[in-house]
Design a protein around this ligand. Structure first.
Ligand code: SF4
Length: 444
């Protein structure tokens, strides 16, 4: 009987994209990939070190799996396997720990499927630094959403003082142009209409003379591709050329998620973020003026050492004063090995939580205001799979979630929808009669 493998991803879109590749590789090696939560013979956890809960969640995922599959072989890879190897060694039930340097070779470190058995101590494959230059993904995964993730870049050289990513994922490198285009063409041929460009610092994409805008221009020529979306992008890498492209392109989504982190210059400087608040606000004003209907998101970190109430108020003011459509709020947590752990004036957790709560409430109001702007308008919605209580949901090009009541399967269909109501989670719409031609549901 075929051995079963189950995979679980913690963290970002980049990790999700990479898990699909790991799953494809395990399938090729003779495993039957089953949903996470089902009985399995092998569990692969692709971890993240960005959330403070990496270790706790990892323990939970392993415990949960070993409850229903006590003999499952457990392999842990990803950023936490790179940065938290000592902590991982203490978690019961792990058989293999593979740092990011060897992530793509994970399946070659596994015993043959018929020889999988639990080990008394985990085998560890790990190097302190990541010096591999071979960036290309070994093969393509099967994305599990109607929007396909397309990885174009990895690593970061910025060294923000709170961030472990430069240690976890190594220095910046960009994926070969031909590989990007080939994977994009395969995904589009399989029925995907939207590609989301992912990476750690994608604005730094560079292959010879080709930068991010050049790559987007080439992707735009792929027939059948309706949307190209940029995932999170660092403010210092957004050029006027990119903004102009977004303003004029019929495929590049009018959407920017630009991490601000703090609205206080002193905090930005001690975070080692390479911009100040004025530069950031000038950038977003420029983008909002140039790109009609821009959907604008950001990340904010609260409770960074030295964040006084006045500094927090500055952040609050910036967020209130600009038309962000939402923001993600993170509470600072110390990560051993990062420069910020040595900073004085740590903020009590209760204070940080309270600030996070205030920002979450503001973000809720921003979402509502963004959706309300569209009441009475008609927007194009790319529908995702599934339905909830008779409602089908999808997103607009500027990343507004829209739900309509419909009993037909709209998965991966692009439809015109008239917005008739708004909430702080989605806009409510009604299908209009005109719609885009149907395309098949992805079957890669
Ligand atoms: S830009 Fe800063 S926060 Fe983002 S990955 Fe690089 S070091 Fe981390």
């Amino acid at each position: 009987m075929m051995k079963r493998a189950s995979l679980h991803t913690l963290g970002c879109r980049l990790n999700q994209a990479e898990t699909t590749v790991l799953a494809a590789r395990l399938q090729r090696d003779g495993y039957r990939v089953v949903e996470f939560g089902e009985p399995t013979d092998l569990l692969v956890v692709n971890t993240c070190s960005v959330t403070e809960e990496a270790e706790r969640t990892c323990r939970y995922v392993i415990r949960k799996t070993l409850k229903h599959s006590p003999d499952a072989f457990v392999a842990v890879t990803g950023c936490y396997a790179q940065t938290g190897v000592q902590e991982l060694r203490t978690i019961p039930g792990i058989d293999l720990i593979v740092g990011n340097q060897f992530k793509w070779d994970l399946s070659s470190f596994l015993p043959a499927p018929h020889a999988l058995r639990k080990e008394p101590d985990p085998q560890v494959l790990h190097t302190r630094t990541i010096d591999r230059e071979d960036f290309t993904l070994p093969e393509y995964g099967t994305p599990d959403s109607t929007r396909a993730l397309l990885k174009i870049q990895d690593g970061c050289n910025v060294m923000c003082s709170f961030c472990l990513i430069p240690f976890a994922r190594g220095h910046e490198r960009s994926r070969l142009r031909d590989d990007v285009i080939r994977e994009a063409e395969i995904l589009v041929a399989g029925g995907y209409r939207e590609l989301v460009l992912t990476g750690v610092n994608i604005g730094r994409y560079c292959q010879g003379d080709l930068d991010l805008v050049g790559l987007i221009a080439q992707l735009e020529t792929i027939e059948g591709l309706d949307r190209i979306r940029i995932s999170s992008i660092e403010p210092t890498t957004i050029t006027d050329t990119l903004i102009d492209r977004m303003a004029s392109s019929s495929k590049l989504c009018p959407y920017l998620h630009i991490p601000l982190q703090s609205g206080d210059d002193r905090i930005l400087s001690s975070m080692n973020r390479p911009y100040n608040v004025t530069e950031f606000t000038q950038l977003i004003r420029r983008a909002l003026l140039a790109v009609p209907h821009l959907g604008l998101g950001t990340d904010i970190m609260v409770g960074f050492p030295g964040e006084t109430e006045a500094a927090f108020e500055q952040t609050l003011n910036i967020l209130q004063a600009h038309p962000f459509s939402y923001f993600h709020v993170f509470i600072y947590s110390q990560r051993p090995g990062t420069a910020a752990t040595k900073l004085p004036d740590q903020v009590p957790i209760a204070v940080a939580r309270d600030r996070a709560k205030r920002l979450a409430e503001l973000s809720r109001l921003k979402r509502l205001a963004f959706a309300e702007r569209y009441i009475g308008s008609t927007v194009s919605v790319l529908f995702e799979s599934g339905d909830m209580d008779g409602f089908r949901s999808g997103v607009t090009a500027n990343f507004m979630k829209v739900s309509v009541s419909s009993n037909i399967d709209l998965t991966n269909h692009l439809k015109e929808v008239r917005i008739i109501g708004a909430s702080d989670r989605w806009a409510l719409g009604r299908l209009t009669t005109e719609s885009q031609p149907m395309r098949t549901v992805p079957m890669l």
